[in-house]
Design a protein around this ligand. Sequence first.
Ligand SMILES: Cc1ncc(COP(=O)(O)O)c(C=O)c1O
Length: 302
Amino acid sequence: MPSYVYFQKQFMPLSEARLSVMTHCLHYGTAAFEGIRGNWNAEQEQMYLFRLKEHYQRLLCGCRILKINLPYTLSELCQITVETVARCGFREDIYVRPVAYKSSEAIGVRLHNLDEDFLVFAFPWGPYLDIDKARCCISSWQRPSGVPQAKITGLYVNNALAKTEAVENGFHEAIMLTPDGYVSEGSGENIFVVLDGKLVTPPISDVMLVGVTRDSVITLARNELGIETVERRLGRSELFAASECFLTGTAANITPVAEVDRRKIGDGKIGNITRKLQELYFSVIQGRDSRYLEWCTPVYNK
Ligand SMILES: Cc1ncc(COP(=O)(O)O)c(C=O)c1O
């Protein structure tokens, strides 16, 4: 089944979309992007896009930082995305990748006097960390401070360095620290621990990307499990004191962490709170929980 893309203001097969080698964003990382999940509900034969609006709010924030003025409103971006996914006709879990980018064929480091474009495409994609439990390491690469907290392509090089270092050393994922040594996030996920029965996650000020999944987990834990999340600085060694640890992200969903730097977290098995949150989250993202349907945008007209 072919993927479609909305590109240069029209829909076309993904295989036909082409960019020049001189495109500005290729050289200088001048693009804001998103990752959105489409979750297939086989019973209802429906595809649900999870928290579409919130993803585009974050994209538009990245656009403001990069001085990208898209000729679309939030609701038009959502509509274009629904139409792109509907054209693809997938009947399985997918990933949707919108990109707002400096499209001029121009060399020179800057944000001004450049054209811009928006594209979005979708493709089938199962679990990102295709494992029950992740073995993580603390990365030797840090999350840099003083950079915009937005999903901007140019900011991902440290994350890529961290991820590959982790995988080449036999781990599944890297946990990055802030420049002053506190836990920040995974290379593509936010992190939570259970410490003394409380859910703890690093604060927004600790230079991570503020995740949509992070917000969903905080909300579900509060509303459905009666657990408040404490947002506070998390020391590296507190990871080893935690009884549970998990990563959250659109691609990774909720992935339990079994080990950090070859030390077991808790008993190394999926903890109770993690399991409950995982079950809730999967039912919510697949549109099976009527209490959270406002987070799910249906794609197919029935
Ligand atoms: C560096 C980083 N942190 C955290 C996240 C989690 O964000 P979200 O839950 O919005 O996907 C992502 C994924 O987009 C990411 O790339």
